[in-house]
Design a protein around this ligand. Structure first.
Ligand code: RP5
Length: 168
């Protein structure tokens, strides 16, 4: 199928319901780049292109994808529908909407009935979705696990640096 941006042998699939979700989803793309994880980016709408969604989700694991990050807004059924069609872990990103500020997206994604989980991050927090996807991959890759630990150390150091500037 014709996808959007795709690197060689992508391990993380980043999909979204509309190109209007892209600014939000950049957070996940940036994390893949930071950790040097090949990813693919595609617009896959659950209600506008349902056949494309089914096609994407059913064969993603056969193409070597290990984790899918799915962002959507409003009646955000994309992450749940994709999760129902793939054995891969799916991380949902609730995209903020104009009228309900993303509370609608959050509830649509987080309230999956038992049996088909979607790991849901905070409204608009695609960065955490990217980090969670990297950590899932890192659980069986020691080199990547070391990078995650280094990332955490850097976070801690940045707090200490801020404190040091305050103390000056
Ligand atoms: C959802 O509808 C998309 O995920 C997007 O967040 C929202 C609005 O889409 P557009 O009207 O901007 O294309 O399907």
């Amino acid at each position: 199928m014709q996808l959007g941006i795709s690197m060689n042998k992508p391990l993380i699939g980043i999909i979204m319901g509309s190109d209007s979700d892209l600014p939000t989803m950049q957070g996940a793309i940036a994390i893949c780049e930071e950790f040097d994880i090949p990813c693919e980016v595609a617009i896959v709408s659950a209600h506008r292109t349902p056949d494309r969604m089914v096609e994407y989700a059913k064969v993603a694991h056969e193409r070597g994808i290990k984790v899918i990050i799915a962002g959507a807004g409003g009646a955000a059924h994309l992450p749940g529908m994709v999760a129902s069609l793939t054995p891969l872990p799916v991380i949902g990103v609730p995209v903020a909407t104009r009228n309900l500020q993303g509370v609608d997206s959050l509830y649509s994604i987080v309230q999956m009935p038992a049996g088909i989980p979607v790991a849901t991050v905070a409204i608009g927090n695609a960065k955490n979705a990217g980090l969670l996807a990297v950590q899932i991959l890192a659980s069986h890759q020691s080199e990547l696990l070391a990078k995650v630990q280094q990332y955490r150390q850097n976070l801690a150091q940045s707090v200490l640096d801020k404190q040091a500037r305050l103390d000056e």
